[in-house]
Structures are given as C-alpha cells and as structure tokens.
Design a protein around this ligand. Structure first.
Ligand code: ASP
Length: 335
C-alpha cells in the first residue's frame, strides 16, 4: 500500500448506500450491513442452483461471457481467491489474477491508478482483499459507474461472501434460521468472519447467536450485533447449539499478544473438540472458515469427522460467489 494513500473510514450507512443502486439492487458487495432478508435469500437461492455433487460435472453458464473479473488480493488467500477465480470462469468470464508481489503497487503506484489501468483493459468486476479497512468502499467510490467491487476480506471489518457461504451451509443442514442456535468460538475481536456472519445471521432471524472467546479476544462494544450473546465459557456456549463454528486466532491483526492464552491453554479452554461437541444438540454441525490450526482451535479428527461440514463450506463458497457475480452483473444491466 502506498504510504501516501489515505482511506476515508467509511461508516456502515454510507457503505449500504454505496453498494445498492438507486433501484435498490446490488451494485457492489461491500458489507452484509443493509442487506435485507429478501436480498440474502435471493443470493442463497441462486447459489443453490450452482451446486452439483462432488465427482459430477460442475454447473456452467455464460452469464458473464465477454466480461472480465480481476482478483486483487493484497493479503494472503487460498479458498476465497481460488473460488472467485473458479466462480467467474464457470460463468464464462475472463479472469485476471493480479500478482500483487510484482504489481506496480509495490513500486508505489496508488491503488486507484491500478484500478484505472485495469478499467482501461475493460475489467468489469474487481474482487478486492486488503489488510486496511475502507479499501473496497474507497475503490467503489472512485471506480467507473459500470464497474462492481466485491469485498473478499477487509481487515477485521467484513468478509461478506464468507457470511453468505456460511449461511448457505447452515440452511442446507438446518433448514431454517429461526430454529437454529449458532455458537461461534475463538478470536471474535479480530475476525471479519465473525462480524459479517453474525450480522447476516441476525438479519435472517437466527434463534440464538453466541460468540465465545477468552476475555482478551472478546469483541469491542458496537462491533457485533446487539442480539449476540457474548460468552467466555465454552461449555456454556456449546450447550444445545446446532452449529459450532471455530475461528483461527488472527495473529497478524493482534498488536499486543499479552493476555492471549498460549496454545495448550487455548485448546484446553476454547478448542472445539469431540468432548465439547457432546454438549451440543444432537446432529450439530462443525464449521471453520479456514485456514485451520489443527489442535489449537479445533481437534484435528473432529475437523475430518462426520459432523464436520468444512469441505462443504468450501464447495458452497464457489456457488455463492457465482451468485454474487451474476447478481451484480444483472443489476448493472438495468442501470
Ligand atoms: N479465511 C478467513 C478470512 O480471510 C478466516 C481466517 O483467515 O482466519 O478472514
């Protein structure tokens, strides 16, 4: 990131206005904030159309034929980047994966100059991941009108497509949200997944949402929905839950590690394990957004066991990203 570049801190209301066109349709996907139940349901319904069984041919359409999608990942990514790439190709788009280590941004080119350069090559959609808050909205505010920006992970603030794939996975297993209790366990303070997924679950009317963490990794006031119950005891958090999601400790975002429990202590108190899952509701599923630290936030054999839906989350991620890409492209057709 160019040191001379300053990003305005964009508040939630502002982002909501920015991501919806004048007709209320999705022009960019920056945040789950401001998306209503109907819009989220439409995205999940469309994503379901793109699912096929593992081992079967994938679903393809030509909804994005003649379009170009650029992946700009200024932070590491395996799943999100690969699945946006596959999603765009399965919709018939050309895909550009910018190598950020050799891009001119390293030479000090501003991110907007990078965007303007790629716009001149007729890129239609920018998929952006950045360690700094505000970058996706900043680009959305300055890009050409016909271009869409998709947030693929923004600092500790938002990861909306992860929220959508989590919701799709829960809906496929639990049927609805109103009768489901979800426990999210781990580094809630620094997790963009916890934020976006919580926000979306509350919008969908989740029965109960519990956020469980050590006190040193608890969310600050105002960063998670008021409806969430913030807890520090894992047994209490997991008891009767239908869904248990473990999160990685975001070491790259923790300035001062003092007070964060060491590995053994962490696993003993906050590791999601077979033993803990005995407290959960019968048929409870285990989730994790990846990358996993086996033996720290999750017991390795549990992650590979029959209650784990972690590989399904990854599969659903491609379908959800296809739905988001095709939705923003359709809304553009009417503007
Ligand atoms: N992959 C998720 C993210 O980008 C979770 C993580 O990194 O721990 O936020």
């Amino acid at each position: 990131m160019s040191v001379t570049e300053l990003f305005e801190v964009t508040d939630k209301v502002d982002q909501t206005d920015l991501q919806l066109g004048a007709d209320g349709r999705l022009r960019h996907l920056l945040t789950m904030h401001g998306l209503d139940r109907r819009q989220i349901t439409a995205l999940l319904d469309e994503a379901e159309l793109y699912l096929s069984d593992i081992g079967q041919p994938v679903i393809r359409t030509d909804a994005l034929r003649g379009r170009t999608v650029a992946n700009l990942f200024f932070e590491p990514s395996t799943r999100t980047r690969a699945s946006f790439d596959l999603a765009a190709r399965r919709l018939g788009a050309d895909v550009l994966n910018l190598d950020v280590n050799t891009s001119s941004r390293k030479k000090g080119e501003s991110i907007l100059d990078t965007i303007y350069t790629l716009q001149a090559m007729q890129v239609d959609v920018f998929v952006v991941r950045d360690a700094q808050a505000g970058v996706p909205a900043y680009i959305a505010r300055h890009a050409n009108d016909h271009v869409s920006i998709l947030n693929a992970g923004e600092s500790d603030v938002a990861h909306p497509t992860q929220a959508l794939l989590d919701l799709l996975t829960i809906r496929l297993h639990k049927g609805d949200f109103e009768n489901t209790t979800v426990a999210i366990v781990g580094d809630i303070a620094h997790s963009r997944v916890a934020r976006s997924t919580s926000e979306a679950l509350v919008t969908m009317g989740i029965k109960e949402l519990r956020l469980i963490s050590p006190k040193s990794l608890a969310p600050e006031d105002g960063t998670v929905p008021l409806q969430a119950r913030v807890l520090h005891n894992l047994n209490e958090g997991v008891r009767g839950a239908d869904v248990v999601m473990a999160l990685r400790i975001q070491r790259e975002r923790i300035g001062n590690i003092d007070g964060v429990p060491g590995i053994d202590e962490y696993f003993a108190n906050y590791g999601v394990s077979h033993e803990r899952m005995k407290l959960a509701a019968p048929g409870a599923i285990v989730m994790h957004p990846g990358p996993m630290n086996r033996g720290i936030e999750i017991e390795s054999s549990l992650a590979d066991g029959p209650n784990s839906v972690i590989p399904e989350q990854v599969k659903n991620g491609v379908a959800v990203r296809m739905a988001v890409l095709s939705t923003v492209m359709k809304s553009r057709a009417t503007t």
